[in-house]
Design a protein around this ligand. Structure first.
Ligand SMILES: [Zn+2]
Length: 177
């Protein structure tokens, strides 16, 4: 430890002190040294602050990435559910309708029967058959479907009229009881 003699009061003190501890006389060399030490301390503190900030930033990025990844997984799952569900529904519908060649065979078998019934005037039976097959087969592919529809609407009215008549009948039935 280097000591100096105070030019003001003659006491000796550490050369690194910025002031004489006895008379507070300014020691220029010590003051400069202290200034440099303080500067260095500040710089080290700033370094620490930078490191802490950097750590926090990296954590943010990591958690942000995790969050983004979770969101992507959720979105992919949702898409998979929608697409998968749509595919299953499509398959069920397809299965219900049967495949194309089976449907063609059914038409070749049944449309001539419909023709015969139409020609024979068996409208009630034909109507019942069409209602029975309507859910499973493309009955409107029958080339005389329109022709029969006209006859049916003349006989029993349009579907709307039929519904109204049906409701009226139900109401009358309830009133009767
Ligand atoms: Zn002094």
């Amino acid at each position: 430890m280097k000591e100096i003699v105070c030019p003001n009061c003659g006491a000796t003190f550490d050369a690194r002190e910025p002031k004489c501890p006895y008379c507070e006389y300014i020691n220029p060399l010590g003051a400069e040294a202290k200034y440099l030490r303080d500067l260095e301390d500040t710089r080290l503190n700033l370094d620490n602050v930078d490191e802490e900030a950097e750590d926090a930033y990296i954590k943010d990025i990591k958690s942000g990435a995790k969050f983004a990844l979770k969101r992507i997984i959720v979105i992919v799952l949702l898409i998979a559910i929608f697409v998968g569900g749509g595919f299953v529904i499509h398959k069920i519908k397809e299965g219900k309708k049967g495949n194309f060649s089976d449907e063609l065979l059914w038409e070749q078998e049944n449309f001539p029967i419909f023709d015969e019934m139409l020609d024979d005037g068996k409208y009630q039976e034909l109507m019942e058959l069409l209602l029975k097959y309507g859910d499973e087969h493309n009955i409107w592919n029958w080339e005389r479907y329109d022709e029969f529809e006209k006859i049916a609407s003349e006989l029993w009215g349009t579907p709307e009229e039929q519904e109204e008549t049906g409701e009226d009948q139900e109401e009358t039935g309830e009133d009767g009881e």
